[in-house]
Structure formats: structure tokens, C-alpha cells
Design a protein around this ligand. Structure first.
Ligand SMILES: NC(=O)c1ccc[n+]([C@@H]2O[C@H](COP(=O)([O-])OP(=O)(O)OC[C@H]3O[C@@H](n4cnc5c(N)ncnc54)[C@H](OP(=O)(O)O)[C@@H]3O)[C@@H](O)[C@H]2O)c1
Length: 329
């Protein structure tokens, strides 16, 4: 049976303007870092993508190195796109990135024009696309002049291989310089993709203010801290969880007793709000209107369905915020 998306897919999602651009993104976007590689079950990946699109998630985030093996998430996504989403390309915002190690030799990582241009060409081939909607520089490069990296992003847009560009993992000062250079080049920085969750609040130290002021969108990644901010680890480490998988980026040693105590208290508070912990953790990020979207992951459709319900309750009372602040201290 060919996939037919729900006809009411745009009814329940919120779409937020990305900074001062013309582009709107769904409040919840789906990332394909884990669970979409060749090590994973393709039909499960497909079901997650179907559920996402049926729920109004129009934005799928990839990178050259997602898998494992690296590149395989783009290959699998390309296949599912071809088989199920071909008719809906114009309803999708697809992003990719380059910055981390991808291939041998001096041109396979970091921020040179040589690397960025060839990496995007490879990504487009793997996904079977003529262009991506957003192309990111994945991490700052301490050696390549920022002017060269930003000029590469500008070139890629002028070549029609990406519609917009963004930066990821850039600290405040780095982001400030990148935003300025891109503006001078005539290709404004659309969006920044930083790590941000209840357990990692570094963006509150100036980056969010900068993005708000400059009219650049913000799409936090790992908003559930890779699953820590859910009920996943309340009763130990499940064998099918990220922390148990050899290729999982979350390591068992990160699940300490003091973390678990915080998770238990947060879980209780979420219950009092009538939410799952995952829903509360996402709502807590989305309460700030400088946030364009939260970039979640999921290892099965049910998790994504659960996370989506955060949209029913984004408000927090002063007392709840204070309680959360105390738990996170
Ligand atoms: N720019 C960058 O440097 C960078 C870095 C990291 C990530 N990202 C992007 O951000 C995306 C999301 O990252 P992430 O996967 O770490 O995000 P996350 O949303 O923090 O964690 C996702 C994991 O949490 C668990 N989970 C999700 N929803 C749940 C729910 N409702 N209930 C219980 N458990 C739930 C699942 O763990 P289990 O697998 O254990 O079931 C899932 O794999 C990536 O795919 C990627 O696109 C970007």
C-alpha cells in the first residue's frame, strides 16, 4: 500500500517563524542522528517518519555523518523519501550539515570550502535531492578562517544547493562573528542549532539573547538530553535504550545517582502537570518565544507520539518554574 499522509496533518501543529526570515518551522522537528542508520530497522525508521509527517512535522534534520555507518541515515532517508514522500518534497524542510569527521585525508572534516562543498554534494547524492533547505556548518573550526567557512555557505546558496544556511555548536562570540560575516555576504544566517535542555542551559548565558536580537532562529538539539529527561531510565538501563547500545552516544556512566534523583523529582512534577517528563522537558524549552523549534529524536513511533503531546500544555506557573529551578540547581 502506498503511503498516504493524513489529510488533517496541518491541524494540530504550531508553526513558528524562524528568526526574522520568511521560513516557518514546526514547533517540533525530527532529527535522524540515531535510529535511522544501517544498524537500525528500516521499517521502524519509516514508521517514525510517517507518524511525524502525519502530525505536521515538516522538518527533518540530518548530517553527513549520521548513521552508523556515517552517511547511512541520509541513504535511508533518501530511500524513504523516494518511496513515500516524493509527492511531498515541497512540504518538507530537509537539513544537512558538515563539520565532523567524514572521510580520510585533510579534506574530510572541519570547515574548509573544499570540505563543505564536496560533503554537501555527497549528501545530495545520498538523499537523491537537488538541494537541501538548510545547510549547516556543524561545528566551529579553530583553524580555518571563519571568512572562508562562511563564504563556502554563501557559495552553496548561490549555487542553488541550499536555500538557507545555519551554524551549529557555535559559542556566542563565534556565532556573533558568523552572523555578521554572513549578513555582509548577503546570505543571512537563518538559524543556530545548539545543545539545550534542562540539564544543559549554556545558551542562557548570552547566545539566546544574541539570536533574539539578531533575528536568527534557534533549534535546540537533544532537548531530552538523549533520553535522560524521560521516564526511560527510571528503572535501570533498558536493553533497547541508547545508553545500552554500543554505538549510542549516551553512556551508562552519565546516568549517575544524583542525575536520577533529579529525574525522579522532575518526573513527579511533570505528573502533577498532567504530562510525561518528556513532554514537560520539551514544553520548558518551547516556552521561550526565541526558540523556533525543538529537535527531538525517537527510537519508535510511540515516543514521538508522546513527545508531540507537549503542545497541549506549554505554559508554566511561576511556582512550577521555581520548583524546576530548585531541582536543577
Ligand atoms: N548539531 C549537533 O551537533 C547535534 C548533536 C546531537 C543531535 N543533533 C540533532 O538533534 C536530534 C535529536 O537529538 P537526540 O536524539 O539526542 O534528541 P533527544 O530528543 O534528546 O533524545 C532522543 C532519545 O530520547 C528517547 N525518547 C525520545 N522521546 C521519548 C519519549 N517521549 N519517552 C521516552 N523516551 C523518549 C529515545 O531514547 P531511546 O533511543 O533510548 O529509546 C530517543 O532516541 C538529532 O537527531 C540530530 O538531528 C544535532
Amino acid at each position: 500500500m502506498p503511503y498516504l499522509p493524513h489529510t488533517n496533518r496541518y491541524q494540530n501543529m504550531q508553526y513558528r517563524r524562524c528568526g526574522r526570515s520568511g521560513l516557518k518551522l514546526p514547533a517540533i522537528s525530527l532529527g535522524l542522528w540515531h535510529n535511522f542508520g544501517h544498524v537500525d530497522v528500516l521499517e521502524n525508521s519509516r514508521s517514525i517518519l510517517h507518524l511525524a509527517f502525519d502530525a505536521g512535522i515538516t522538518h527533518f534534520d540530518l548530517a553527513n555523518n549520521y548513521g552508523p555507518p556515517p552517511g547511512s541515515a541520509e541513504e535511508n532517508f533518501g530511500r524513504i523519501l523516494r518511496e513515500d514522500f516524493r509527492a511531498y518534497r515541497d512540504e518538507l524542510v530537509i537539513s544537512s550539515k558538515a563539520g565532523y569527521y567524514m572521510w580520510e585525508g585533510p579534506y574530510g572534516e572541519w570547515g574548509s570550502k573544499k570540505y563543505l562543498v564536496s560533503s554537501l554534494d555527497q549528501s545530495l547524492k545520498r538523499m537523491g535531492l537537488e538541494y537541501v533547505d538548510i545547510f549547516y556548518h556543524h561545528r566551529p573550526d579553530p583553524e580555518t578562517p571563519l571568512e572562508e567557512t562562511m563564504a563556502a555557505l554563501d557559495l552553496i546558496v548561490r549555487q542553488g544547493k541550499a536555500l538557507y544556511v545555519g551554524i551549529s555548536n557555535y559559542r556566542k562570540e563565534e556565532a556573533e562573528a558568523a552572523i555578521r560575516i554572513l549578513r555582509e555576504l548577503g546570505t543571512p544566517c537563518l538559524i543556530h542549532q545548539p545543545n539545550y535542555s534542562m540539564f544543559d542551559r549554556w545558551v542562557e548565558g548570552g547566545l539566546l539573547d544574541l539570536l533574539g536580537r539578531e533575528g536568527v532562529g534557534c533549534i535546540p538539539f537533544s532537548p531530552l538530553q538523549q533520553g535522560l529527561l524521560t521516564d526511560r531510565y527510571l528503572k535501570g538501563i533498558p536493553p533497547d535504550s541508547r545508553a545500552a547500545k554500543p554505538h549510542g552516544f549516551l553512556k551508562a556512566k552519565q546516568i549517575t545517582e544524583s542525575r536520577l534523583q533529579q529525574i525522579r523529582r522532575l518526573n513527579e512534577l511533570a505528573g502533577q502537570r498532567g504530562q510525561s517528563l518528556a513532554q514537560m522537558a520539551l514544553a520548558w524549552i518551547l516556552k521561550d518565544d526565541r526558540i523556533t523549534s525543538v529537535l527531538v529524536g525517537a527510537s519508535r513511533p510511540e515516543q514521538l507520539a508522546d513527545s508531540l503531546l507537549c503542545l497541549n500544555q506549554l505554559d508554566f506557573s511561576e511556582q512550577e518554574l521555581q520548583q524546576i529551578g530548585e531541582i536543577l540547581e
